[in-house]
Design a protein around this ligand. Sequence first.
Ligand code: NDP
Length: 354
Amino acid sequence: KTLVHGDQRRLFNTSNSRMTIMPAWVIDRYGSNDVLRFTKNAGFPIINYPNEVVVQVHAAGLNPIDVSMRGGYGAATMAMKRDPLNINQSGSEFPLILGRDMSGVIMECGLDVAPAYFKEGDEVSKKPKCLSHIEAAAVPYVAATAWSALVNTGGLNKDNCAKKRILILGGSGGVGTFSIQMLKAWGAHVTVTCSQNAERLVRGLGVDHVVDYTAGPVEVPLRALEKFDLVLDNVGGDTESWALGLLKPWCGAKYVTLVTPFLRNTDRLGIADGMLQTGVTVASKALKHLSKGVHYRWGMFAPNGLALDDISEMVDAGKIRAVVEEEFTFSQVPQAMLKVEKGHARGKTVVKIS
Ligand code: NDP
């Protein structure tokens, strides 16, 4: 899908009188927050493939990966996606518009886009009817990540969660607050780790048991609990050294971590060697832990329209709500990025565009 940033609806009439520029925040090099530059003359996206759509973005959700990518994280992988034959000079991605999460209205559809699914004027990504654009922009990236980690990698679904004990390391951020709600809607027993001042938030989302990780080594109180069927790790660092010991052995229990060196490997070693390194690392860890009767997995964001449709229904049925911590205007994009960079998220940061 092709995404449009900025307030350009009034400039856009029909596909015959197409606008060529739009306002946007761009970067001209990777770096810290001061590389962000506002322009009224960013190139307007065009449909390159018949399955693409152009969306007028009304609100954009921010994620930690946007801040990392401002600094060049994932640049090698993105360059390969944009330019698989490596024809362009390095730096040809600039001026670059960051971001991946949005809610908006379809302006134009490619020829292969089925009108039954997407048509001009639709609110996307199949926006839950009961949410504003601001709320809807807080959902897709964390929802698709949670779905990929818990359903595709972790093997959970609405019909098999009822007797499962799930531990979420890092329950108070974007992925955590979404995962809690999805698992509770499916009937799981959910324990989370978070800072003490986030307890009220996660309890309000339905969490059964909360462990304050700031009160001392968090693995100590966690070891005193009944063992888990799945651990979702949103924290990383040294968690791998103790979290797999919290799983029920020899009954298919899984540890799924979202904090992986995948993009760092490809940035450092190039695509081929980076992917090889990634494969070797994950396979050797999986084998090591399999010998102890538990499964070790890496979770990855994966776009999934069908999952978003299911999630949209769960939102409209009142089972999941958007957790928006702070809202910024389009002129405050640098402040919004700084907020995300500082960490300690309590849900999502969203930028209102129009
Ligand atoms: P957020 O920044 O929204 O949330 C992180 C949360 O973790 C904050 O609430 C923070 O609050 C809390 N936290 C920090 N340290 C700890 C700790 N030691 N124990 C418990 N909680 C802690 O991030 P997201 O939820 O968006 O993402 C979570 C992680 O998953 C990130 O590392 C992200 O990069 C990764 N990710 C990976 C993806 C993939 O495809 N592999 C996709 C999406 C995310 P506080 O510090 O106040 O406690």
